[in-house]
Design a binder for this molecule. Sequence first.
Ligand SMILES: Nc1nc(=O)c2c([nH]1)NC[C@@H]1CN(c3ccc(C(=O)N[C@@H](CCC(=O)O)C(=O)O)cc3)C=[N+]21
Length: 292
Amino acid sequence: MEILSGKIVAEAVKTQITADTILHKNNTGITPHLAAILIGNDGASETYVASKIKNCADVGFKSTLIRFDGDASQAAIEAAIVQLNNDTAVHGILVQLPLPKHINEQQIINLINPLKDVDGFHPISIGNMVLGNASFIPATPYGIMLMLKHYGIDTVGKHAVVIGRSNIVGRPMSILLSQATNPGNCTVTLCHSKTQNLKAICKEADIVIAALGIPGFLKADMVKEGAIIIDVGITRVADSSKKTGFAIKGDVDFDAVAPKASFITPVPGGVGLMTIAALLTNTLTAAKLAAQ
Ligand SMILES: Nc1nc(=O)c2c([nH]1)NC[C@@H]1CN(c3ccc(C(=O)N[C@@H](CCC(=O)O)C(=O)O)cc3)C=[N+]21
């Protein structure tokens, strides 16, 4: 069993981005700039956005955080997007999800200039991704692809079972793994809360991507000997032994599943760090597009 380290791979990606950013600045005078919009004060969202901002600084990007109260109006948020679209010094725009219930999320995403859509959530980005065209790829599935590539994992012809059909993880992951790329070329089964015989399907999998958001869901008796296990879960679970009062738990029962796996990602220290590395990659791409 080998651990797929998000720490190691994300560091490698960031080192490359740092070098590319220096080159880009020298060649064009442009510093990549990410603008993040955060609405309300959900604890987990605060943590993720703070981490994104810090990671931008690490690789030499500028970043701007635009905050709104949880009761901000749709119009106010849309006005901020329009302003960022028109600001030629801003290359990437990210609206941290989830949004408060009174906000129409799709309408907000639709407003983002697709050339600045570093989350890859705009319908044009998703359409291009599905077609296999150049596009911004949603950060979590993109980060997983970067990790599989870094470790040289052979996915050709393998049966990949994706658990979870969210627009930001499961569904795009299923599409990427099915494409004729490397990594890719998998036979993909996309499972969800209405799937029958989930255990039997998982047991057939050469690769399992667990992205359903139920801590410890994937048990040892659900996986085949030698399977590759990718854990996308990041649920906060109360834990009085931690300073913060909570621990981050993945969707995989790691201790029981790891001995059966050929490769497995830990939580924390796995996919989450790759999500940020992929976001940085997309932001650099956006800055390069702006220079063309
Ligand atoms: N518009 C938008 N884009 C996103 O990319 C987006 C989002 N909304 N909403 C929420 C999810 C979640 N997400 C993570 C980012 C970093 C870690 C991460 O760094 N995790 C670390 C630390 C975890 C911790 O200590 O909290 C780890 O797994 O080791 C996890 C999850 C981005 N998301």
